[in-house]
Design a protein around this ligand. Structure first.
Ligand code: G1P
Length: 273
């Protein structure tokens, strides 16, 4: 059972300046809903109700978002706008949110390690809210939990990207273990390789199921690409033991960490309204 989802949300979001100067990038809305709320809803769809959020300085709006605003509730009670709060109210009622701060920005691996106190010794999900995923049947996390239940090891979600974009992602190589479910046993992983050095075009997107031994591995992981502690490097250690599965998820992903992806997601959700 995967009961907890970790949300690394300490990054600066510099690509969205000046919007992200005083607003966390996770709070940027696609239509009327902040990115991180889409992420939390995806976790809930996968029966996860314990959210562990890694924040940093200037991120308090995230905590306020997942809390009751009495003044606002009072103001709109009985009015036509009340239903606009129904989704967030239901999340607040049905989930618990815990926070810890990443004091120094030392990379995604370091952010995940910072979450150890919130997660403890159990397998858990990681969701990067920048990657907004949609689905027809089960959410990407739900699909990944099914894969985890079968293989009982770490799972990364992958997508084929144009070869010239490998330098934006962790890239895997693997052996196909099940063609009906599109799962691979990972044999190699490289963080943001130049196209000429990339083993394949199979890119990791911001969804992971991790077994808790990852924390000990992260503690011993030296800074890698960009001088940061990379989750990709820690996962490679698990992969060397045959303990990482890559899963080509079903659904659509928008890279909302880029302006283009953000606009595409906005248009997509607007069309669906
Ligand atoms: C991070 C990871 C990368 C992964 C990506 C998915 O990079 O380091 O391996 O492919 O998330 O979104 P970031 O986008 O934070 O630079």
């Amino acid at each position: 059972m995967i009961k907890k989802c970790l949300f690394p949300a300490a990054g600066y979001g510099t690509r969205f300046l000046p919007a992200t100067k005083a607003t966390p990038k996770e709070m940027l809305p696609i239509l009327t809903k902040p990115l991180i709320q889409y992420g939390v809803e995806e976790a809930v769809e996968a029966d996860i109700h314990t959210m562990a959020i890694i924040t940093g300085r200037g991120k308090r709006a995230i905590e306020d978002h997942f809390d009751i605003s009495y003044e606002l509730e009072h103001q709109i009670k009985g009015g036509s706008k009340e239903n606009l709060l129904s989704e967030i109210r239901s999340l607040i009622t049905n989930c618990t949110f815990s926070y810890t701060r990443q004091v120094e920005m030392k990379g995604l691996g370091h952010a995940i390690l910072t979450g150890e106190t919130l997660i403890g010794n159990e397998p858990f999900a990681v969701l990067l809210a920048d990657d907004l995923c949609t689905h027809e049947e089960g959410s990407v996390l739900r699909q990944m939990i099914e894969v985890y239940e079968k293989y009982q090891c770490s799972v990364v979600a992958i997508e084929e990207v144009p070869m010239e974009e490998t330098n934006k992602y962790g890239v895997i190589a693997g052996e196909l273990v099940d063609s009906t479910t599109d799962t691979y046993r990972v044999t190699d992983m490289v963080e943001k390789p130049a196209p000429k050095d990339a083993p394949t075009n199979m890119a990791i997107i911001g969804r992971y199921i991790l077994t808790p031994d990852i924390f000990e591995i992260l503690r011993n992981t030296k800074p890698g690409k960009g001088g940061e502690i990379q989750i990709t490097d820690a996962l490679l250690e698990q992969a060397k033991q045959g303990n990482v599965i890559a899963y080509k998820f079903k659904g659509k992903r928008f890279d909302c960490g880029s302006v283009d992806g953000f606009v595409q997601a906005t248009n997509y959700f607007y069309e669906k309204m």
